[in-house]
Design a protein around this ligand. Sequence first.
Ligand SMILES: N[C@@H](CCC[C@H](N)C(=O)O)C(=O)O
Length: 292
Amino acid sequence: MRIQFSKMHGLGNDFMVIDLVTQRMPLHPELIRRLAHRNFGIGFDQLLIVEAPERPDVDFKYRIFNADGSEVEQCGNGVRCFARFVHERHLTKKAKIRVETNSGVVEPEINSNAWVRVNMGEPRFLPDDIPFKAEMLPNKPLPDTYPVEVLGQTVALDVVNMGNPHAVLLVDDVLKAPVEKLGPALESHERFPQRVNVGFMQIVNRGEVRLRVFERGVGETLACGTGACAAAVSGIRRGLLDPEVRVYLAGGPLLIQWQPNEVVWMTGPTATTFEGTFNPYDFYVPEQHEEQ
Ligand SMILES: N[C@@H](CCC[C@H](N)C(=O)O)C(=O)O
């Protein structure tokens, strides 16, 4: 039994994409960790799965797994690649599709140059929606920064849910930001019961920022789409940015557009690196093998 896949990326945030509408394979976390391994596996930041929809008003179901095997709710660079994948595999002819995720519906629209614009939905700020433990302000929208003690210092975090949880910190120089130190400490901080993605944002001017993201379940990646949305939303909410922001990540720029109380729009490129097949039994996990 061989499974077909595509290797894709959005600005260097890389994915293995598998169609499980027409194929079957187990989705055990240990199998995913083995496939994600950069030497022993295919290597990726996230595994993206295409499934048949469970409700009548969407075209596909989109499941996302981090390299550590954890299933997550949303992936912004991934949804652009997802839209391109379902076209390349002739699973749809529609330019604009509705895709169900574990945190709601997103709507990517693909253009002829494989650029994709996505309605990412509305950001959420309630502590329970992030989720974030903010005893001082039980379930009221959070202020635009919240002080959090970490590694003996207090940092001012803006916490935003973009389908998945994000914390955004302002820094003077993104190249000198303490991503390796604060990233893991905040990712697993007790205030974030489901862990968090941590963005370090440098404001260049009202329309441009530089961003590095320490991703939950992966580590620092070359780009993070939901992280770019969260950073832009945070800067706009704080009155530091205009409603249209170019977010420069290590892998390249994304365009993010947002007006308060509206949905966030993300526009960016996609790339298919190669297509291949693998035999899941080469990555077999004894006694934990689960059929999907
Ligand atoms: N790279 C993604 C985000 C993937 C999920 C994230 N690591 C999480 O755990 O929430 C993006 O482009 O948004």
